[in-house]
Design a protein around this ligand. Structure first.
Ligand code: SF4
Length: 131
C-alpha cells in the first residue's frame, strides 16, 4: 500500500537560507559536493553546491535536463530505489512515486546561473547559489 502523500510540510531547498553554506558535506561525487542538513535531510541528500538538487524530492521528470543551456545535468541511476518503487512508496515531494534516476548536476561548474532549471522544476528540488 502506498504511503500517504506529504502535505503542507515538504521541505523546499529553495526556501532554506542555510543551504549550502551551513550544511554538512558528506562526500564528493563526480567533482561536486553532496550535502545534508542533519535531522532534516533524508537518505539521498542534496547533490551540488552552486546547483543543488534535492535527490529525495527530485521526481526525475527531466525538465532541468531539457531547459539547461549548458548541459549541466546527467541522469544518475539509483537502482536501490526499485524495491521501494515496487511497493508504491512516494517521493518526498509527495507528488510522485519514487524514480529510479535523479538529475545529477555533474557539470555544475558550467552553470551560467540563468535559473531556468530552478524556475521550471515542478517540485522545487533545485536551488541555484551564485558565488
Ligand atoms: S541555472 Fe541555468 S545553466 Fe545553471 S544548471 Fe540551471 S538551467 Fe543550467
Amino acid at each position: 500500500m502506498a504511503e500517504a502523500p506529504a502535505t503542507g510540510n515538504v521541505r523546499k531547498l529553495i526556501d532554506d537560507p542555510t543551504f549550502p553554506t551551513q550544511w554538512t558535506v558528506v562526500e564528493e561525487h563526480l567533482g561536486h559536493k553532496v550535502l545534508r542538513k542533519e535531522g532534516e535531510s533524508k537518505e539521498l541528500n542534496v547533490h551540488g553546491y552552486a546547483v543543488g538538487v534535492d535527490f529525495d524530492i527530485c521526481i526525475a521528470d527531466g525538465i532541468c535536463i531539457t531547459v539547461c543551456p549548458t548541459n549541466v545535468f546527467d541522469r544518475m541511476d539509483i537502482p536501490s530505489e526499485q524495491a521501494r518503487m515496487d511497493n508504491g512508496t512516494l517521493n518526498d515531494s509527495g507528488k510522485a512515486l519514487l524514480a529510479i534516476w535523479k538529475a545529477d548536476p555533474a557539470r555544475e561548474q558550467d552553470c551560467i546561473f540563468c535559473r531556468a532549471c530552478e524556475i521550471q522544476c515542478p517540485v522545487q528540488a533545485i536551488k541555484i547559489t551564485e558565488p
